[in-house]
Design a protein around this ligand. Structure first.
Ligand code: F6P
Length: 545
């Protein structure tokens, strides 16, 4: 058994779980303690974090906090913020927090303050974005840019896409932002169809500048552009590279003048804070981009300096561990009641699952406990008409996060109260359920109901959720929310003693794809794999003719 499972702190949580798991009723806890909401909620700036609808009593959190102390969460947080090599497999620091360090205090990496280089790139970004937004930046025929196309995948796509979608009301009307990620030609072909090469600006976003999907799409974009523009000299007005890899950018044919750099110590899934956020800054403007950074910065301060019992990301992380490791919940749902946050769950699907989908500890031992959960979700109210049935009455325990804004950025107030009433009702229904007695009482006017019908109407309830209710989805609030979820992932990785910052699990498939590609091009019958893979390859070659 691992040290973690054997530790007195873990055993104490396990014992506590056994004590309360069978009989604890969240509803009864509310009935018995009128202060429960006050005890289990935190107000932070314009954000209310309500975690009172969880399967916890007053002893739960202190026991979970002992796990965080045991894992030296405070020290490890400091190690992250201060540039230690905490991504040990790749021998890298993890300094996305420096990118949004609006206090501008020095952050040292390798003996050097990284803030001047960060500020320099931010300045360059400001100049460039202002030129494009104001129309001063002209395309090769002298017209202003109307469409920006970010070509990237994973962290080089999901963050900018999520934020641009969330902050549409802050977007400039003269620019449309598009995102191409999939190597499936449908993505680029359909995106480019309505666009005019004379007024389109491509942002080739790739930390490594070798990612197969991004490079394939970038080459197709260049071909599409040159079909009309003809002269490769025009590329400089329409292609910008965002990368850590100058050599590859030059080899692609993009002038280093048109390259915006970031650094090895920015992980792919934390890169929206870097110049990978260019499409955000172009769309919502540099001032708003800096507000986004500020929102994350204040969340960083909260995470770094607040005692664990009042620390939102720490509590989020500990509650996640409570369900993942003690209730054996396999998944975790993120349910924004905000259409603007329609990519929020997708974004943290990568953020969480690529970070904590690990089965070896940081020192190489196989873990004997569950690590990262399956993250999924969709905005309400759509989800209510899709998968909520299973959350309410299925056999699985699915802890969930609800997120909602008190004020909409749009102007149809009658919609907003309906939306919010649904959010409040769902969280309440999941918690309180509906007993057989309540069902019978409600149906008492209908004679001769069979038992199966009655049973179908019973809701067990006792389903846990957190609620995040904030004033308005502003750039600053969004920055705060993203940073809270990032730190939640970090907290869990520390307790599980895994490296949350590499992603070796994505490699094997990439290597095998590289071996298969030439086989698809050859006319030979393929026999080098297992019979299933051979069969699929050979059938594909037959069918595509
Ligand atoms: O999926 C693996 C991954 O390396 C992600 O971590 C990253 O966000 C994505 O690929 C894209 O990588 P790059 O920015 O280097 O193209």
């Amino acid at each position: 058994m691992s040290k973690l499972i054997n530790s007195p702190e873990w055993i104490a949580v396990k014992q506590h779980h056994q004590d309360i798991a069978q009989n604890f009723s969240i509803k009864a806890a509310f009935d018995q303690d009128k202060q429960r909401f006050d005890k289990f909620s935190l107000q932070y700036d314009d954000l209310l974090f309500d975690y009172s609808k969880n399967l916890i009593d007053e002893t739960t959190l202190p026991l979970l906090i002992n796990l965080a102390e045991r894992a030296q969460l405070r020290q490890k947080t400091e190690a992250m913020f201060s540039g230690s090599i905490i991504n040990t497999t790749e021998k890298r620091a993890v300094l996305h927090t420096a990118l949004r360090n609006r206090s501008n205090t020095p952050v040292y990496f390798g003996g050097q303050d990284v803030m001047p280089q960060i500020n320099k790139v931010l300045d360059k970004m400001r100049v460039f974005t202002e030129q494009v937004r104001s129309g001063k930046w002209k395309g090769y025929t002298g017209k202003a840019i109307t469409d920006i196309v970010n070509i990237g995948i994973g962290g080089s796509d999901l963050g900018p896409k999520m934020v641009d979608t969330a902050l549409k009301p802050y977007g400039i009307e003269t620019l449309r932002a598009h995102f191409v990620s999939n190597v499936d030609q449908v993505d680029i072909v359909e995106t480019l169809k309505p666009l005019n090469p004379e007024t389109t600006l491509f942002l080739i976003s790739s930390k490594t500048f070798v990612t197969q999907e991004t490079m394939t799409n970038a080459h197709s974009a260049r071909k599409w552009f040159l079909n009309t523009a003809i002269d490769p000299a025009h590329i400089s007005k329409h292609f910008v590279a965002i990368s850590t890899n100058v050599k590859r950018v030059e080899a692609f044919g993009i002038d280093p003048e048109n390259m915006f750099e970031f650094w090895d110590w920015v992980g792919g899934r934390y890169s929206l804070w870097s110049v990978i956020g260019m499409s955000i800054a172009l769309y919502i403007g540099m001032d708003n981009f800096e507000e986004l950074l500020m929102g994350a910065h204040i969340a960083d301060q909260h995470f770094r300096h607040t005692p664990f019992e009042k620390n939102i990301p720490v509590i989020m992380g500990l509650l996640g561990i409570w369900y993942n490791n003690f209730f054996e919940a396999e998944t975790y749902a993120i349910l924004p009641y905000a259409q603007s946050l329609k990519y929020f769950a997708d974004y943290f699907q990568q953020g969480d699952m690529e970070s904590n989908g690990k089965s070896a500890t940081i020192t190489g031992e196989k873990v004997d406990y569950n690590t990262g959960p399956i993250i999924w979700g969709q905005p309400g109210t759509n989800g209510q008409h899709a998968f909520f049935q299973l959350i309410h009455q299925g056999t699985k325990l699915i802890p969930s996060d609800f997120l909602a804004a008190a004020q909409s950025n749009y102007d149809l107030p009658e919609h907003h109260d309906i939306l919010i009433s649904n959010f409040l009702a769902q969280a309440e229904a999941l918690m309180r359920g509906k007993t057989e007695a309540e069902v019978r009482r409600d149906l008492s006017h209908q004679p001769d109901l069979d038992d199966a019908y009655i049973v179908s109407k019973i809701f067990e309830g006792n389903k846990p959720s957190n609620s995040f209710l904030f004033k308005k989805l502003t750039p600053r609030m969004l920055g705060t929310l993203i940073a809270f979820y990032e730190h939640k992932i970090f907290v869990q990785g520390v307790i599980w003693n895994i490296n949350s910052f590499d992603q070796m699990g994505v490699e094997l498939g990439k290597v095998l794809a590289r071996a298969i590609l030439p086989e698809l091009k050859s006319d030979e019958l393929i026999t080098s794999h297992d019979s299933s893979t051979n069969g699929l390859i050979n059938t594909y070659k037959k069918l595509r003719k």
